[in-house]
Design a protein around this ligand. Structure first.
Ligand code: MN
Length: 436
């Protein structure tokens, strides 16, 4: 799985890509859709390198790449990345190799490529794909148990959980990119002890720390994707905040699941990190021996050996007052994707086993990625025990659920000895007051 593009000794002629702690060294090379801030330029694909973006439309005009890499650059020059996503894993890999070689110190392409760079500080981002369908899974057993305990103290985990990768079909139209600002939703809630619902602004607005999984090549209707093929259909992974109105959710969710409590906004990071870039950070998928093992269609030797990813995750909260005081966000959660109960491959295979077709640019949410301990919980409803234990913030404020003006920042990165540290950038969103 590892190749020359993962070599931790590689350095780029883009100097900022070599600085310790950068999210975007030459070993990462994630994709986004961008243009210059405040311009009327067309959006086009770009690749992060240090604090710069390599503009794929500009690279396409140089004509310097041919074959699969040239075809990938042409597809990546489009406003959204669906065409690139449709090309398939060998083409994505050919582009990664060509870019890795052309961005290395001493590369002959430096003279031509340096004119294709745009500073990230001058960019604005778009949603990276036309997302046809969005599916939100529920792959953290710790989240499912914590939430279940709040609703059903005697029976926190429903009997299907350890057998079926649970999910629901979400809403694609309200997915926005980092920087998204949205109004607090209004809706129906049933206050405790009341006999009829009230209507008004959500009082329990929450976050969900998730990863987004972008589908690359699709499958034909009726043509399931096996575990052996599943990862070939995945373009890459981003950060995803599934904002949730818990009071609306509690009243509306039975029997069909979340609806207006979820579909008002979902925020993703602009950068999609490819599975190839994440290869050094694969880890074994492990099930406790006394848990049910996956049914054969959800099992494979490769999945057991290396189907999970050790992606470090963090949630930061910055209140309006903190922002006014020039104070950065405060960390409220730290965890890793390795604790998920189901893998990316299992999500793809389960989603298609009934014949459902996926299309390039479809998006999966992983579900809230809570880890095994309370400080690793990826939602306020868990961190505050359903609003009973407020979080204390530096500066003296506290929070149970989000207040107007609060910003939430998700961050993700991978690091370990012997591999280059790579990151996901950030996924930021801000709550505005409800419409009067
Ligand atoms: Mn969710």
């Amino acid at each position: 799985m590892l190749n020359e593009t993962h070599d931790p000794a590689l350095r780029s002629w883009v100097a900022s890509a070599n600085s310790a702690g950068t999210d975007f060294p030459i070993q990462n090379l994630p994709f986004a859709s961008f243009r210059r801030q405040g311009s009327d330029e067309a959006f086009r694909g770009g690749v992060a390198i240090g604090d710069q973006i390599l503009d794929l439309a500009a690279v396409a005009r140089t004509g310097m790449f041919s074959g699969d890499a040239g075809q990938a650059v042409q597809a990546g020059a489009q406003p959204r990345l669906n065409d690139l996503m449709a090309q398939g894993a060998p083409v994505w890999s050919a582009l990664r190799l060509a870019l890795s070689r052309a961005l290395r110190e001493g590369a002959a392409e430096q003279a031509a490529l340096k004119d294709c760079l745009v500073p990230q500080a001058q960019a604005e981002y778009g949603v990276p794909a036309r997302i046809g369908d969005y599916t939100d899974f529920y792959t953290s057993v710790h989240h499912a148990t914590n939430i279940g305990r709040l609703f059903r103290p005697d029976n926190p985990l429903l009997p299907n959980y350890k057998w079926v990768p649970i999910g629901y079909h979400g809403r694609a139209s309200s997915i926005g990119v980092s920087g998204q600002r949205f109004r607090r939703p209004v809706g129906q809630t049933m206050p405790p002890g009341a006999t009829q619902p009230s209507f008004g602004p959500c009082k329990r607005l929450d976050i969900e720390l998730e990863l987004g999984i972008f589908v690359g090549t699709g499958n034909e209707p009726g043509d399931p994707v096996s575990m052996a093929q599943a990862e070939d259909h995945v373009f890459g992974i981003c950060l995803l905040n599934d904002w949730s109105a818990r009071d609306i959710q509690a009243w509306e969710y039975q029997p069909l699941g979340p609806f207006l409590s979820k579909n008002f906004a979902t925020t993703i990071s602009p950068w999609i990190v490819t599975l190839e870039a994440l290869a050094p950070y694969r880890v074994a998928f492990e099930r406790p021996a006394d848990d049910p093992q996956p049914l054969p269609y959800l099992d494979s030797e490769a999945n057991r050996r290396q189907g999970a990813f050790d992606i470090q995750l963090q949630v930061g909260l910055q209140t309006h007052r903190m922002r006014e005081a020039g104070q950065g966000d405060a960390s409220i959660c730290r965890t890793s994707y390795r604790h998920a109960y189901w893998t990316v491959a299992q999500m793809v295979t389960h989603h298609t086993v009934n014949g459902c077709n996926l299309q390039p640019g479809d998006l999966f949410g992983s579900g809230t990625l809570s880890g095994p301990t309370l400080d690793q919980a990826g939602a306020l409803i868990e961190l505050t025990a359903g609003g009973k234990n407020p979080l204390q913030l530096p500066g003296g404020e506290s929070r149970t659920f989000l207040e107007d003006g609060d910003s939430v920042v998700l961050r993700g990165w991978c690091e370990k000895p012997g591999a280059a540290r790579i990151g996901f950038g950030e996924c930021r969103g801000t709550v505005l007051p409800a419409r009067a």
